[in-house]
Write a protein that binds this ligand. Structure first.
Ligand code: ADP
Ligand code: MG
Length: 239
């Protein structure tokens, strides 16, 4: 690993309690077919990590395990309690208004105000009372981001969240995620097959292959980033 300031340095083990992510020897097989063999993965508090890999390499399986959504994943898993996940398909409930989708599963007073605050952050406060079916794909993903934000996650898990968006909408969504991460600094694990997206957003990129983290690249380019940066040409060739 190259020198890269505080966020990418290997964090001391004590700093993980409830804040960062530590995965050791994670294994997952489906009907005897091993998808994740022995995955080791650390994410420091506030660090942005991108997970690359071919289709079918197990990226979503790994993300689900880290989200503790997979009871059959085996191995050591230390993840923050407060975490949120955004999938490629927004998974909004069509029969609930936008703001209710944002606070889905939460209870207590002031839910609408909390939803409005999160929707403001993604630029969609004006659509709070709209039905999800009236939103565009990009807007729906921003609502899904608001639903994650409202939980003030220490860990934000993103599974190809922009994969279904057109190029311009995707660029705007990437810029939004960059801004939200800068403001709130959750640890992020972003699954993507888009190398440029990893280079634009992440502190580190990992490559998942043969059930393991096969490669790791530190992306030591200052933010805000532009794809014109000369370092991108070399990094892109290596990834
Ligand atoms: P990726 O997200 O990298 O494209 P996935 O994690 O979705 O890959 O899948 C990795 C492999 O595990 C694939 O071969 C997929 O078919 C298999 N797989 C994923 N989920 C299941 C499941 N519920 N049952 C059986 N096989 C699965
Ligand atoms: Mg996937």
């Amino acid at each position: 690993m190259t020198a890269h300031g505080a966020t990418a340095a290997p964090p001391p083990a004590v700093s993980f309690a409830g804040h960062g992510v530590r995965v050791r020897g994670l294994r997952r097989a489906f009907s005897g077919r091993v998808v994740l063999d022995a995955v080791d993965l650390d994410i420091a508090p506030g660090e942005f990590v991108a997970l690359l890999g071919a289709s079918g390499s197990g990226k979503s399986t790994l993300l689900r395990a880290v989200a503790r959504l997979d009871p059959h994943a085996e191995g050591g898993l230390d993840v923050p309690e407060r975490r949120a996940i955004v999938f490629q398909e927004h998974r909004l409930l069509p029969w609930s208004k936008v703001w209710r989708n944002v606070t889905l599963g939460l209870s207590g007073p002031g839910l609408r105000a909390r939803a409005l605050e999160a929707l403001t952050e993604v630029g969609l406060a004006a659509r709070a009372d709209a039905w999800p079916t009236t939103l565009s794909g990009g807007e729906s993903q921003r609502v899904a981001l608001a639903r994650a934000l409202v939980r003030t996650p220490e860990l934000l898990l993103l599974d190809e969240p922009f994969g279904a968006l057109d190029a311009l909408t995707r660029l705007k969504a990437q810029a939004l995620v960059a801004r939200l991460w800068t403001q709130h600094r959750p640890a992020v694990l972003l699954v993507t097959h888009d190398v440029e997206e990893a280079l634009l957003l992440a502190d580190r990129a990992l490559l998942l292959a043969d059930g393991k983290v096969a490669e790791e690249f530190v992306i030591d380019i200052p933010r805000p980033r532009s794809l014109d940066h000369p370092r991108f040409a070399t990094l892109r060739r290596r990834l």
